[in-house]
Design a protein around this ligand. Structure first.
Ligand code: NAG
Ligand code: NAG
Ligand code: NAG
Ligand code: NAG
Ligand code: NAG
Length: 405
C-alpha cells in the first residue's frame, strides 16, 4: 500500500508538465449542469410529449421562463449549463443546409442566465439516426455559435474509420475555435477509439475540454460500479492527463432517479468529486426527494469537485471489499474516500493509517479531519501516525477532507 502511494505521488508530481490543454479559456474546473439524456432519452418533443419536455425547461408547464432548473432551486449552486443531448436537426440536409433551431426548444426565451449546450456527431448521422455534422463542421460550429451555444457534446457514432473519427474531432475543435466564441467541447473520441487503438490523451487534451472513456451511465449500481472500476484499472494512463481545461468524463450523475439507494447516491457524488468529473445531472428536477437535492447541492462536496488545483484523484488501495481513494487539493489538503463494496453483512469498520495518505504528506505532522459525506462530522486533529477507523454501510462511501496544520 505504501509503495502504491509512493508511485502515485511520483506520477502526480510530473503531471503538469505533460498535458497542454485546449486553449479556449473554458472548463478550468469540471463543468456542471444538467443533461436530459439518461433520464429522458430523446423524449423532449414538446408537441408530442409535453410533460417530458417541460421536465427539462418548464415548471408545471407554465411558460413563464422559470423552468425546472430554476424551480428546483438548484440553479444557483450547480447549474451553469443546460445541455440538451437531443441534437439540432438540419434544415435541408441533402442541400447541406445549416442545422435548424429545433421545435424542441420552444422555451429558449426562458433560459436567461443559464448556459446552453447542444449535441451533434462527428459522423453523417448521430447515434439515434438524426443528421450529424460530417461535411458541415464549420457551418455547424458557426450556427451553434450564432445561437449562443456554450457547450457542444460531440458524439462519435457512424464514422467509417478511425482516421475520419480523429480528423472529425480535430476539425470540429478548430471550427469551434474559428467562431471566436468560447464553447466547451465535450468529446467521446477515446471511447470510440478504445476497442481498436490506445488513445493518445496528450493529443485529445489539445482538442477537447472533456472526453468520455467508457460506456454510458445507466440508472443502476452496476453501472456506477463498473465506471469506478474501469477508472481505477486505467488510472495510470488517464489520471495524469486531467487538469484545468481538460477532464476525464465518467458520464452523468443519476442521483435523484430510481436505480440508486441512498448509500449508492452518496457514493456517486463522493466519487465523482474525487474523480474531478464534470457534474451533469440527468434527472427530473421537479420530482426529486429532498435528500437527493441535499446531496446534489452539498457545497463541501462540490468544492472538492471544483478544487482549483484540478488534479484528479485515484485509488490507493483495494483491501478485501474496501477501497481507499484520495485526491490532492489546493493548499496541501486532501480529499479521501472510503468505499465499502461488500454487499452483504451490514456496516463495517475500515481502519487505515494516515501515513498512507498523500505519500505520507497528507497529514504531516498533523491535520484536521472533516467528514463531508454521508453526514458532516468533525473528526478533530490527528497526527500522521494516527489510525482512523470509519464505519461504512454496504455500497456506501465516507468522504473526508484532510486539512494540514
Ligand atoms: C483559439 O485558439 C487560440 C490559439 O490556441 C487561442 O488563443 C484562442 O483563445 C482560441 N479561441 C477560442 C474562442 O477558443
Ligand atoms: C459520410 O458518408 C459519405 C458518403 O457515404 C462517406 O464517404 C463518408 O466517409 C461518411 N463520413 C464518415 C465520417 O464516415
Ligand atoms: C479536416 O480538415 C482538413 C483540412 O481542411 C480536410 O482536408 C479534411 O478532409 C477534414 N476531415 C474531415 C473528416 O472533415
Ligand atoms: C501523441 O500526440 C502528441 C501531440 O499531438 C504527439 O506529440 C505524440 O507524438 C503522440 N504520441 C504518440 C505515441 O503517437
Ligand atoms: C466501528 O468502530 C466503532 C468505534 O470503535 C464502534 O463504536 C462501532 O461499533 C464499530 N462498528 C462496527 C460495525 O463494528
Amino acid at each position: 500500500m505504501a509503495a502504491a502511494a509512493a508511485r502515485w505521488a511520483l506520477v502526480a508530481a510530473v503531471v503538469v508538465a505533460l498535458a497542454v490543454a485546449l486553449d479556449n479559456g473554458v472548463a478550468r474546473t469540471p463543468p456542471m449542469g444538467w443533461l436530459h439524456w439518461e433520464r429522458f432519452l430523446c423524449g423532449t418533443d414538446c408537441a408530442a410529449e409535453p410533460d417530458r419536455c417541460r421536465a427539462a425547461v418548464h415548471r408545471d408547464g407554465r411558460r413563464d421562463g422559470r423552468g425546472g432548473l430554476e424551480g428546483s432551486g438548484l440553479r444557483v449552486r450547480l447549474h451553469r449549463r443546460l445541455l440538451d443531448g437531443a441534437h439540432a436537426g438540419r434544415a435541408g440536409p441533402a442541400a447541406g443546409g445549416p442545422p435548424a433551431f429545433p421545435q424542441r426548444y420552444p422555451c429558449t426565451g426562458g433560459l436567461q442566465g443559464l448556459k446552453l449546450g447542444i449535441y451533434s456527431d462527428v459522423g453523417n448521422t448521430t447515434c439515434a439516426g438524426f443528421p450529424g455534422s460530417y461535411g458541415h463542421y464549420e457551418l455547424d460550429a458557426q450556427t451553434f455559435a450564432s445561437w449562443g451555444v456554450d457547450l457542444l457534446k460531440f458524439d462519435g457514432c457512424n464514422a467509417d474509420s478511425l482516421e475520419l473519427l480523429a480528423e472529425g474531432y480535430r476539425n470540429m475543435s478548430l471550427a469551434l475555435n474559428k467562431t471566436g466564441r468560447p464553447i466547451v467541447y465535450s468529446c467521446e473520441w477515446p471511447f470510440y477509439l478504445r476497442p481498436m487503438q490506445q488513445p493518445n490523451y496528450t493529443e485529445i487534451k489539445q482538442y477537447c475540454n472533456h472526453w468520455r472513456n467508457f460506456y454510458d451511465v445507466y440508472d443502476s449500481w452496476n453501472s456506477i460500479k463498473s465506471i469506478m472500476e474501469w477508472t481505477a484499472l486505467h488510472q495510470d494512463s488517464i489520471v495524469k492527463i486531467a487538469g484545468p481545461g481538460g477532464w476525464n468524463d465518467p458520464d452523468m450523475l443519476v442521483i435523484g432517479n430510481f436505480g440508486l439507494s441512498w448509500e449508492q447516491a452518496v457514493t456517486q457524488m463522493a466519487m465523482w468529486a474525487i474523480m474531478a468529473a464534470p457534474l451533469f445531472m440527468s434527472n427530473d428536477l421537479r420530482h426529486m426527494k429532498p435528500e437527493a437535492k441535499w446531496l446534489l447541492q452539498n457545497k463541501e462536496v462540490i468544492a472538492i469537485n471544483q478544487d482549483p488545483l484540478g488534479k484528479q484523484g485515484y485509488r490507493i488501495t483495494k483491501d478485501k471489499n474496501f477501497e481507499l481513494w484520495e485526491r490532492p487539493l489546493s493548499d496541501r489538503a486532501y480529499a479521501v474516500a472510503v468505499l465499502n463494496q461488500q454487499e452483504i453483512g451490514g456496516p463495517q469498520n475500515f481502519t487505515f493509517s494516515l501515513t498512507f495518505l498523500g505519500n505520507g504528506l497528507a497529514c504531516n505532522p498533523a491535520c484536521c479531519i472533516q467528514q463531508i459525506l454521508p453526514t458532516s462530522r468533525d473528526w478533530g486533529v490527528h497526527n500522521w501516525v494516527s489510525s482512523l477507523s470509519v464505519e461504512v454501510n454496504p455500497t456506501g462511501t465516507v468522504l473526508l477532507k484532510l486539512v494540514p496544520l
